[in-house]
Ligand binder design. Structure first.
Ligand code: AMP
Ligand code: MG
Length: 335
């Protein structure tokens, strides 16, 4: 199959819509990362997404809808505080997990009775979602475990020959996936950190929990995807908490192509050693926006990537560090 990359125009939207209603998978841009989209009501399309990505069968998908979509079609209960969150943050990088009406394909939520719903703010994503006027399930458009894509070229690198069309909406501004927040309980609970932080959510509704599964106690995981090894570049990775340990590793490592991924504040130290420096930048938004681009760059330019954790750990950095640690772990968390 030929994989076409097309700018978002009235013609390419018609083509995308026809493909979606034929059960095909179409990649689309969002403000966070690119998604691999399919018709949420079509069992075959949803199964195809899992197959193409090699995604574990117990990792549920997020349904994407346009700003005017009637949510009561797909969600069963909408607590008053969820409305406040929608008004404050949507369209935008916040996914809300509601009780499901069960109308979308059973494969979407992998047997859970909830449904994750997102309203992206990216203008191209909105045009596509309005053209189809159905919920589009769209996991990140990367092969499972690989680094998430922030450009149409990244999607092409992973799926050339596997999908018919990539809608090109430019480079994603956000850079890390949406915050996933459970709204089935008394107050919101973050299941996956992202650009909308716990503090931002609490400032609107008074309280926000942050969920981390206690696996040693045999607890059933609320959001299965959070456990998987993820976001990994195809090179050896070493992660350090500070520049001194990273420098020692640079000197000791036995490889010709070494790169260091670090924040701008310590970049100069590594430039002096002569290794390739992949500079995450200064602000938390910059670091989020550059992380995946640089992890994909790393696999082209080095055999060993030495990553140094940025010093700021709160706010958006909770999400950035969550991705960086999973990308660079030497131990498979699950698979
Ligand atoms: P991705 O599509 O690759 O960005 O991953 C989607 C994320 O949303 C994963 O971490 C999933 O576990 C999570 N997710 C999707 N649907 C649900 C749901 N119904 N309940 C809890 N988490 C969900
Ligand atoms: Mg993903």
């Amino acid at each position: 199959m030929e994989t076409k990359i097309k700018a978002i125009t009235p013609d390419s939207l018609v083509e995308a819509k026809n493909l979606i209603f034929d059960g095909e998978v179409v990649a689309m841009p969002t403000e966070t990362v690119y998604g691999l989209g399919g018709n949420a009501f079509d069992d075959g399309a949803v199964q195809r997404i899992f197959a193409v990505k090699g995604r574990p069968a117990d990792n549920p998908l997020i349904a994407h809808v346009h700003t005017g979509y009637d949510l009561s079609q797909i969600i069963d209960y909408d607590p008053p505080y969820a409305k406040k969150l929608r008004e404050a943050f949507l369209p935008g990088p916040l996914t809300l997990v509601y009780p499901s009406t069960g109308k979308v394909s059973a494969y979407v939520s992998c047997g859970l009775n909830t449904l994750a719903v997102r309203v992206p703010s990216h203008a191209g994503a909105q045009s596509f979602l309005k053209a189809v006027d159905i919920p589009i399930v769209a996991p990140s458009a990367n092969l499972s475990k690989h680094v998430s894509p922030t450009s149409a070229e990244h999607v092409y690198d992973d799926f050339n020959g596997q999908i018919p069309l990539i809608l090109d909406g430019g480079v994603c501004e956000g850079g890390i996936e949406s915050t996933v927040c459970d709204v089935t309980g008394e107050y919101p609970v973050i299941l996956r950190p992202g650009l909308i932080t716990a503090k931002m959510i609490a400032s609107v509704v008074g309280k926000c929990g942050e969920y981390t599964p206690n696996l040693t106690a045999g607890e059933k995981v609320k959001s299965p995807g959070v456990l998987y090894k993820h976001y990994s570049p195809r090179c050896q990775t070493l992660l350090f908490e500070n520049a001194a340990d990273g420098l020692a590793a640079c000197k000791g490592v036995n490889a010709t192509r070494v790169a260091v991924l670090c924040e701008n504040a310590i970049a100069e130290t590594f430039v002096k050693t002569g290794v390739t420096v992949l500079n995450l930048g200064e602000t938390e938004q910059e670091m989020a926006a550059r992380l995946y681009e640089l992890l994909r760059e790393a696999e082209k330019v080095c055999d060993v990537l030495i990553a140094i954790e940025p010093q700021k750990k709160d706010g958006v950095m909770v999400g950035v560090l969550n991705r960086l640690r999973k990308a660079c772990t030497s131990v498979d968390i699950r698979h």
